[in-house]
Design a binder for this molecule. Sequence first.
Ligand SMILES: Cc1ncc(COP(=O)(O)OP(=O)(O)O)c(N)n1
Ligand SMILES: Cc1ncsc1CCOP(=O)(O)O
Ligand SMILES: [Mg+2]
Length: 209
Amino acid sequence: MTAALRGLYAITDTPLLAGGKLLPYAEAALIGGARLLQYRDKSADDVRRFDEAQTLAELCRRHGATLIINDDLELAARLGVGLHLGQTDGSLATARARLGTEAVIGGTCHAQLELAERAVAEGASYIAFGRFFNSNTKPGAPAATVELLDQARARFAQPIVAIGGVTLGTAPGLIARGASMVAVIHALFAADSATEVEDRARAFAALFD
Ligand SMILES: Cc1ncc(COP(=O)(O)OP(=O)(O)O)c(N)n1
Ligand SMILES: Cc1ncsc1CCOP(=O)(O)O
Ligand SMILES: [Mg+2]
């Protein structure tokens, strides 16, 4: 069954979660209520990437969440999980054909409704806009305004993901303007303990109640 695309979308960041934090912090986010978990690792270490993604897939299964692989269609296909593609990461249509109708596949649309039109036409399960605020993780990402969310909500039936500088303070405004999910790295995972991650995830998840 297709996952319900509403709530907290946790995204891992390899440098931020170095030193053995990836798995405990990711599990804490899932226990706290993250519905999607994106494995975002920019390294070329395919063996480690496969092992970590496989473990995360099992954690997601255990917690009723969905794993999304960033950038890498082959890895997503090997594991039978979801995929997120940016504008230079390959074709959403190819990914949809390869992963099948049930897979959760998302596309980066920056701040452009036209990119969302194309993503939807190519079979995206959700459309992602942002960055909405200053981002610790990707400060150079193209900026979007919250007004864009009103326009996107009026134009698309697909779930809308808001990303970039999302915190417990900024998320409510995005959700009020129509974001179905908030995608978070720093405000979730830049934490001193897994318990702190779990508490933050629970607080993000509660914003959708
Ligand atoms: C949910 C979500 N939205 C946007 C992005 C950004 O994707 P992209 O533009 O390809 O940038 P990288 O994340 O690959 O650096 C995302 N990953 N997830
Ligand atoms: C991958 C990505 N794409 C746009 S902003 C961003 C980073 C989001 O991370 P943070 O939640 O730390 O701002
Ligand atoms: Mg990408």
